[in-house]
Design a protein around this ligand. Structure first.
Ligand SMILES: *Cc1c(COP(=O)(O)O)cnc(C)c1O
Length: 397
């Protein structure tokens, strides 16, 4: 017997759960790519994407995952020989740095470890030393999906301004967009990278690069044809949006997802839902941690993402728990990406809960309930009252 039959819940930090409405919008015969509904849909979608990112900046859409969008962003503003200052707070900024390095960019990494946010003051001090202006871009993530950390991008911009440095601020919002509050224009972000499959609730396959006028003014003229953002941002013909055939069905799905965001009440409502659901999960994790080894990776709630939480559970317990809840509860948790301990080189003592996109109270409480059953079944010590603590957060919201 298994209790996993029924609707499955993929509670990993991307791809996130696909809403039926998005899938149904995609379920149709190929649309005309020369004129008509699809062409109008794309034109109408750009302002809605700008609303989600809180920006007037132009956006280029690539048929790509996040890695493609990383490369597209890097190639348009960084040329071989340029230096990028990469602020590592886990795994993802360093991966973006690796992509820059493969383009011939000199990458300098400032590593803030796996348990904390980046330190704007340290960045200010480093930029102040660069009086020759060798550093062309500061590269970071808003949320690191491996550690669950949320970086303060507004404070980072303040530090760059305080140093009087004119490097571009390039931010990866792949995990955070549509989950954690992000304000591209008022926070002074020059380039922002996102993808469809997390807070935007659309299957993997669309990458977005937003770039303001300052960033577009730093155009790398040796950018390759496919990644060149100029035609995509300022197309004269429809096919130029996508450097070829449009990603027809992904666009139809994304249109439905953007409608859902609008109908929910816009970004404030979406952020609020994510905030309450994340805090409910944290309350449960804290309660379990009172009587056992469970620990949220980022201790300070102000530095935690509302999209994903990374946890330590000790020895093999992360992997054991993931298997148990998948086999017995129909919930798939995220692996402990990039985490390890001296006695746990493969990170089997870690796991992550994704709480991004198309999720609601019963999904999060349901996942937490199955996790509790797993802790009991596997004899992993844990404190009491976790589900009541989570329920109280929901009730008080
Ligand atoms: C998921 C993710 C990526 C990578 O996206 P892919 O679509 O897997 O290439 C990059 N950065 C962050 C912060 C992510 O969460």
């Amino acid at each position: 017997m298994s209790l996993a039959f029924g609707r499955e819940y993929l509670a990993i930090p991307g791809p996130s759960v696909s809403p039926d409405r998005v899938l149904n919008a995609m379920h149709q015969s190929a649309p005309n790519i020369y004129e008509g509904a699809l062409v109008e849909t794309v034109a109408g979608m750009i302002p809605d994407l700008q609303k989600v990112a809180r920006t007037q900046a132009d956006v280029a859409i690539y048929i790509a995952n996040g890695h493609g969008a990383w490369e597209g962003a890097a190639m348009n503003v960084l040329a071989p020989g340029d230096t990028a200052l990469v602020l590592a707070t886990g795994r993802f900024a360093a991966l973006w740095g690796m992509i820059c390095e493969r383009l011939g960019v000199t990458v300098e990494i400032m590593d803030f470890g796996l348990k904390d946010a980046l330190n704007p003051e340290a960045v200010r001090a480093r930029l102040a030393e660069d009086s020759a202006g060798a550093i062309k871009a500061v590269v970071c993530v808003h949320v690191d999906t491996a550690t669950g950390v949320l970086n303060d991008i507004e404070a980072l911009r303040g530090a760059m301004d305080a140093a009087g440095h004119d490097a571009l601020l390039m931010v990866d919002c792949i995990a955070s967009l549509g989950c954690d509050q992000f304000e591209m224009d008022s926070w002074g972000v020059d380039v922002m990278v996102a993808a469809s499959q997390k807070g935007l609730m659309t299957p993997p396959g669309l990458g977005f690069v937003f770039a303001n006028d300052k960033a577009q003014g730093r155009q790398n003229e040796s950018v390759s044809f496919y990644w060149d953002w100029r035609n995509r941002m300022h197309p004269e013909m429809f096919y130029q949006y996508f450097g070829g055939t449009a990603p027809t069905h992904h666009l139809l799905g994304l249109r439905a997802a953007l409608d859902m965001i609008e109908e929910e009440g816009g970004m404030e409502a979406v952020w609020h839902r994510h905030d309450v659901l994340a805090r409910a999960a944290w309350a449960a994790f804290d309660a379990w941690g009172q009587g056992g080894p469970m620990e949220i990776n980022i201790a300070d709630p102000d530095k935690r993402s509302r999209a994903v939480t990374a946890l330590a559970l000790g020895s093999m317990n992360g992997t054991r728990l993931r298997r148990w809840v998948a086999d017995n509860g129909g919930v798939t948790l995220g692996i402990g990406l990039g985490m390890s301990a001296p006695d746990d080189p493969n990170g089997d003592g870690f796991f992550r809960l994704g709480h991004m996109g198309h999720i609601n109270a019963h999904m999060v409480i349901g996942a937490l309930g199955v996790i509790e059953a797993g802790l009991v079944a596997l004899d992993i010590p844990h404190g009491a009252g976790a589900l009541s603590a989570a329920a109280r957060v929901l009730a008080q919201a």
